[in-house]
Design a protein around this ligand. Structure first.
Ligand code: HSE
Length: 436
């Protein structure tokens, strides 16, 4: 059989890793795919730059449209990132009847609905396993492996850079900026690293996971995102004393009222496996009604782990080439005609437990006032600890864990507590999930 010809857009970290894996494992890949897969063309923004891959035998250009418009090419790998040029290239490739494999979570989260529609109309495939959790085959697991289940919720550490920063801060007391610079040097971080630390990248990935879990359209604009920049060492230490770890989680939960889509720092019990996922590693916990909890773990960023997912998609596309386009695995797991417009809940409607840290005056009756406000908002306290007084001797930190409550009740209670003359500064509030 004729070899499949692949064109690669972008030869940076992911593109370079993909070229290396496709070349190094060419024989095994051909045994799996049933035919040879050859990279014939590739584009890069600046061909004079040093590469991590060997481009011998590949026709190189600085014009990515020359690749997507080349009639020889069967599959285009979009490994540029971003959603301006990348979107134009992907839509052009589809219009030209080419299959597309992409690692671009931002592109899929923001423009996936349009891209899949164009691909379906043209009968071509768009595969995007590498867009979520790097090398972990989480899309395949949910879309195919768990397809007999009703997915109730999922929670994931889906940004390697953020997890790397939190881990280094906790274990080594390192500085935020210093760890971020290392993540950038290692090729983990996004071109704009605020995407990593402010939860935007995790929000892109959560958008995709929620769609394939619940059969809803991709809707990044409805995801609540909160980053890790406000996390202090003191909260990390108090959380540990109470038996919790702080992780930056993406959470999607289906409730009778609608879907919760949220990314934020979260306390989770340290005995949970996912609490022990450290460094650049990612993990996604998925709860299906039939199977119960399942956990997927591995490298969420980096050249070859991401390439592992890209190449698996290429092999899937090659294997499916002969199948009837109507009977391929649907892009978003559910048949396009069965995608449901379920309501996505506003932040005020989230239901979660909380860790609160407040600075209180060291005198009788202060805690009674605080607990009275919480009770008035129907918020039950799970635990309360009063720590040693601060160096001023007149105030002390108070840590509280609450039971689950509606977020709007907690917002209102926090405003009232912060207004008490005996409470100083802002309350540090971190959501808490038992993930049981
Ligand atoms: N910046 C991303 C991360 C890369 O750190 O997880 C993988 O998507």
């Amino acid at each position: 059989m004729k070899p499949i010809k692949v064109g690669v857009l972008g030869l940076g970290t992911v593109g370079g890793g993909t070229v290396n894996v496709l070349k190094r494992n060419a024989l095994e890949i051909a045994r799996r795919a049933g035919r040879d897969i050859v990279i014939t063309h590739a584009s890069a923004k600046d061909l004079s730059r040093q590469r991590i891959c060997d481009t011998q035998g590949i026709n190189l250009t600085e014009d990515p449209f020359a690749v997507v418009n080349n009639p020889e090419i069967d599959i285009v790998l979009e490994l540029i990132g971003g959603y301006g040029l990348a979107k134009d290239l992907v839509l052009q490739a589809i219009a030209n009847g080419k299959h597309v494999v992409t690692a671009n979570k931002a592109l899929i989260a923001l423009h996936g609905n349009e891209i899949f529609e164009a691909a379906t109309a043209k009968g071509v495939m768009v595969a995007f396993e590498a867009a979520v959790a790097g090398g972990i085959p989480i899309i395949k697991a949910i879309r195919e492996g768990l397809s007999g289940n009703q997915i109730e919720w999922l929670a994931g550490i889906i940004n390697g850079t953020g997890n790397f920063i939190l881990t280094e801060m906790r274990d080594k007391g390192r500085d935020f900026a210093d760890v971020l610079a290392e993540a950038q040097a290692l090729g983990y971080a996004e071109a704009d690293p605020t995407f990593d630390v402010e939860g935007i990248d995790a929000g892109h990935k959560l958008t995709i996971l929620a769609s394939i879990a619940f059969g809803i359209p991709l809707q990044f604009d409805k995801v609540y995102t909160e980053g890790i920049t406000q996390i202090t060492r003191i909260d990390v230490e108090f959380a540990e004393e109470l038996g919790y770890r702080i992780k930056h989680l993406g959470i999607a939960r289906k409730r009778p009222e609608g879907i919760e889509l949220r990314v934020h720092p979260t306390l989770i019990p340290e005995r949970r496996l996912i609490a022990n996922v450290d460094g650049v590693k990612n993990a996604v916990l998925v709860y299906g009604d039939a199977v119960g909890p399942t956990l997927y773990y591995g490298s969420g960023a980096g050249a070859e782990p991401t390439a592992s997912a890209v190449v698996a998609d290429v092999i899937d596309v090659v294997r499916a080439l002969t199948s009837d386009p109507e009977n391929r695995v649907p892009h978003l797991a559910f048949q396009a005609s069965s995608i449901q417009e379920l309501p996505v809940l506003a932040q005020e409607q989230f239901v979660t437990a909380y860790y609160l840290r407040l600075t209180a005056e060291d005198k009788p009756g202060v805690l009674a006032e605080v607990t009275k406000i919480l009770a008035a908002h129907n918020i039950s306290i799970e635990a309360i600890i009063q720590k040693e007084p601060h160096s001023d001797k007149s105030t002390l930190p108070v840590i509280m864990l609450t039971q689950k409550t509606l977020e709007q009740e907690m917002n209102a209670a926090i405003i009232e507590i912060e207004a008490l003359p005996t409470i100083s500064g802002q309350i540090s509030r971190i959501r808490l999930e038992t993930l049981g």
